[in-house]
Ligand binder design. Structure first.
Ligand SMILES: [Fe+2]
Length: 412
């Protein structure tokens, strides 16, 4: 089920944010009882909880105002794409959008009423994530954990920012199925906030309906997956695909794909992963890093925290390549510190075809997808990367939503 028009509209979402603050400030006995039940706090603890929720919602409004103002300034370090849809990288806003989707499962957009206690109950259930804390982070017990075999001749589809449940996501999944890969790896973002409902509708059901049936599936954690606290990703998605943790490696004698979690701590890593990572470089296989968040971008803030964590490995020239998403473009960057850097965040979320004249940050781009989607000329072309491992040679084809090729390259 695709994301609805009302939840993708900035003005509508802003009205819901403001209306919720008013409802919390009124604090009548009916909505208070609902809220206590929804966020699982005792009546004695409600007033402190209510204050935190109000503060959180007001901060979300301030954040939106600030990002909007910054976006007008050339070169400002915003954390938001110039997208067609309203998809801000803010946990509270994403949770409000998830709650709106749930309510709109039951009532039409015309009948949606922000004063309705049933709506408030749904919303408070989602906002519980803001006071509940994160799902536990599964860690390795031994350095050999979370390492998996990749055949010497194998194909792997990489796709990112794909969890919309919409028709472009279905088109991309069908093209992946046509190529019949051995593995499919999603680099993260199930919209809006990775709730269990969204994990089932926008990820598992979509692959079941349109994806390759023979492939093994993998998924990285990301910012949107963590906006609900990661309970959908860790509690539903990973068990459904048989993946033990949010970091893993998949390799053969010549190559090793290393997937790391940059969502649990937004845009950063966790210490256990870094300890485990050290052990992944043993042997002669060339490491290729997979993360949700980016290192480089012409339009968003640079991923400096990732670079700091990885500094010893970058200085030692350990990574052969790095694929990331988060920014919704397909980009080949010039090598950075000896690493082939590719952004493949054009999986399904609508984006405006890039105009490099409006770039905010100086980065060296070799190739960038500028074509429009043939089924919706307002948005850029979607697609995925198909990696075909053939012993020491790796062929990479950037396949679009119609089965065509944006470009191809060979690594060896
Ligand atoms: Fe993201």
């Amino acid at each position: 089920m695709a994301l609805r028009q009302a939840t993708r509209d900035e003005q509508t979402v802003r009205q819901v944010l403001e209306g919720t603050v008013e409802a919390l400030e009124q604090d009548d006995s009916v909505s208070r009882a609902l809220a206590c039940e929804a966020v699982e706090v005792h009546a004695d603890g409600w007033s402190g909880c209510r204050d935190r929720l109000i503060e959180d919602l007001l901060q979300a409004e301030d954040w939106l105002d600030r990002e909007t103002a910054l976006a007008q300034l050339p070169g400002a370090p915003v954390d938001q794409d110039d997208d067609l849809d309203f998809m801000p990288s803010h946990p509270t806003v994403a949770l409000v959008q998830s709650a709106m989707e749930e309510r709109l499962d039951l009532v039409s957009a015309d009948a949606f009423d922000i004063r309705d206690v049933r709506w408030l109950s749904t919303l408070y259930h989602r906002l519980r994530a803001r006071v509940r804390g994160k799902a536990p982070f599964p860690e390795h017990a031994r350095l050999e954990d979370f390492r998996f075999e990749l055949a010497d001749r194998a194909s792997v589809a990489l796709v990112s920012d794909w969890g919309t449940g919409g028709r472009h996501a279905a088109a991309v999944a069908r093209q992946i199925a046509r190529r019949d890969p051995d593995h499919v790896i999603h680099l993260g973002d199930v919209y809006y906030s990775g709730t269990p409902r969204e994990v089932h509708l926008h990820f598992l059901d979509m692959w079941r309906a349109h994806g390759p049936s023979r492939a093994r599936y993998w998924a990285l954690n990301a910012n949107h997956d963590m906006y609900c606290g990661g309970y959908g990703y860790f509690g539903h998605l990973l068990p459904a695909i048989g993946q033990p943790a949010s970091y893993f490696s998949l390799g053969n004698a010549a190559w090793r794909l290393i997937g790391l979690d940059t969502g649990y701590v937004n845009g950063s890593f966790t210490t256990p992963q870094m300890t485990w990572l050290e052990a992944q470089f043993a042997g002669r296989a060339r490491p290729i890093l997979l993360t949700h968040h980016h290192l480089l971008s012409a339009f968003r803030k640079r991923g400096s925290a990732l670079e700091q964590w990885l500094e010893p490995h970058l200085a030692a020239g350990r990574f052969h390549g790095w694929f990331w998403g988060h920014e919704h473009h397909l980009v080949e960057y010039a090598d950075h510190r000896g690493v082939r850097c590719r952004c493949i965040g054009h999986g399904a979320l609508p984006y405006v075809p890039p105009d490099l004249l409006t770039r905010r940050h100086p980065v060296d781009i070799v190739r960038i997808e500028t074509r429009r989607s043939p089924t919706d000329l307002a948005r850029g072309m979607h697609g995925f990367a198909l990696l075909t491992f053939d012993g020491p040679v790796l062929h990479i084809e950037y396949v679009d939503e119609e089965g065509g090729t944006a470009w191809a390259e060979r690594w060896d």
